[in-house]
Design a protein around this ligand. Structure first.
Ligand SMILES: Nc1nc2c(ncn2[C@@H]2O[C@H](COP(=O)(O)OP(=O)(O)OP(=O)(O)O)[C@@H](O)[C@H]2O)c(=O)[nH]1
Ligand SMILES: [Mg+2]
Length: 391
């Protein structure tokens, strides 16, 4: 067992899972921490739980503030389109300029620092998809330690599906880039692709537990995963394991630790003298860690490549649905993550679909014959056409 938690600590965590009430959760998490022996093996788990506690405290504070009538700022923006992308940079790098160049959003561009104080959404079209771009208030040093609106900006990044990390090529690009990556990493937002991805999605009581392994379990069996989840009282939900995962990584996912976000570095102001040199420095610093797109929000240079690079980094696929007995399939695709299954598709269409699912037919060039009749575990690919049949 990775964290080596004693049985009473596990039992306490099960009690945490048992309640949705933030006050009670907070109390039980505190008790949980007191039951966890402090050593290197448990440090990560403790840090993760403390982080969750901080979020709960903030939530409670916010509620209190609402009750007293003082309205707080909006923390998140409702997702729209195929993916939500957070636009992150230090101040004056050109977030608002980029947003207004690629979407219809109304923004204020200014040579003064910290002009944008609230998250601003816009929609960028790409082929038959729409990407929602959100300008976050400028990232500042110390954001992850709670400085000023730092937590808000990092919260937007954590909640998004992907990131555009914007760097101003008229200034030292490496300094900006390392500061951004440092704050991200402190906030447990990783931009380097992990070997595995474990998603734990909790559902209402009585829904049952479903474990889907599309990858490989490295040091444990399916049974072990099931036992682990049950020992933490995760009894209702869907747990998906992609790539090569260890039992420790599954455990981490229960504590909602580090999140991975696909990211693209946008090197802005390429029109300025000396920008090319800075671009080279930036690329040398990053190596092949992240894709870099050089643009000018002012002249429009490079903006065409942006959406394509983003979509590639996001690893999303488009699936087109068809009504039984109809010839034409939908013009508007469902956008899913790479390696999604028929089950995921059915779920994103409607919860009823999932419960009444009978079988599906799939049309695709990669199949030896189309349509092929498939079940819920069939893995979809970009461009697949699917017809779902209900019971
Ligand atoms: N030359 C050049 N100037 C740019 C470019 N993009 C933005 N700027 C200028 O950079 C300054 C800051 O731009 P904004 O878009 O307001 O920057 P921001 O990141 O939104 O800034 P805050 O919201 O205040 O943190 C403005 O004076 C813009 O005109 C670009 O591609 N080239
Ligand atoms: Mg701005």
């Amino acid at each position: 067992m990775p964290a080596n938690l004693p049985p009473d600590a596990r039992k306490k965590w099960a009690e945490v899972e048992d309640t949705k009430n933030p006050k009670e959760r907070l109390q039980r998490m505190q008790e949980f921490l007191s039951l966890v022996p402090k050593h290197k093996g448990t440090a990560k788990t403790c840090a993760q739980v403390k982080k969750q506690m901080a979020v709960l405290r903030k939530e409670l504070e916010e509620k209190k503030r609402k009750k007293t009538g003082k309205s707080g700022p909006k923390l998140f923006i409702e997702k729209e389109g195929a993916a939500q992308i957070a636009l992150i940079s230090l101040t004056k790098a050109g977030k608002s300029s980029l947003l207004s160049a690629v979407t219809h959003a109304k923004v204020e561009v200014s040579p003064n620092p910290y002009t944008t104080r609230e998250p601003i959404p816009g929609i960028m079209d790409y082929q038959d998809m729409q990407l929602q771009i959100i300008e976050a208030p400028a990232l500042i040093e110390g954001a992850a330690d709670g400085r000023a609106w730092g937590p808000k900006t990092l919260g937007i990044a954590r909640n998004a599906d992907g990131l555009m990390l914007l760097v101003d090529l008229s200034k030292d690009p490496v300094k900006q880039m390392s500061l951004i990556l440092e704050e991200m990493s402190k906030a447990r937002i990783s931009t380097s692709k992990p070997k595995s991805r474990v998603e734990v999605e909790r559902r209402f009581m009585g829904a049952g537990l479903r474990i889907i392994v599309t990858g490989k379990l490295v040091d444990c069996s399916f049974r072990d995963v099931e036992e682990l989840l049950k020992s933490y009282n995760v009894r209702d939900g869907v747990v998906k394991i992609h790539g090569e995962a260890t039992l420790g990584e599954v455990e981490d996912a229960i504590f909602e630790s580090t999140v991975y976000k696909a990211a693209v570095v946008v090197a802005n102001k390429i029109d300025i003298d000396g920008a090319e040199g800075n671009l080279k420095l930036l690329k040398a610093y990053l190596g092949n860690r992240l894709p870099v797109v050089a643009v000018s929000s002012k002249t429009g240079t490079g903006l065409k490549n942006l959406a394509e690079t983003l979509v590639k980094a996001l690893e999303i696929i488009r699936v087109y649905t068809k009504e039984p007995n109809e010839r034409e399939y939908s013009k508007k695709p469902f956008v899913l993550r790479k390696n999604s299954t028929i089950y995921d598709l059915a779920r994103s269409i409607h919860s009823d679909f999932r419960d009444n699912f009978n079988f599906a037919k799939v049309w695709s060039n990669r199949l030896v014959f189309s349509p092929q009749r498939v079940g819920t575990n069939f893995t979809l690919e970009d461009g697949d056409v699917v017809e779902i049949h209900l019971k």
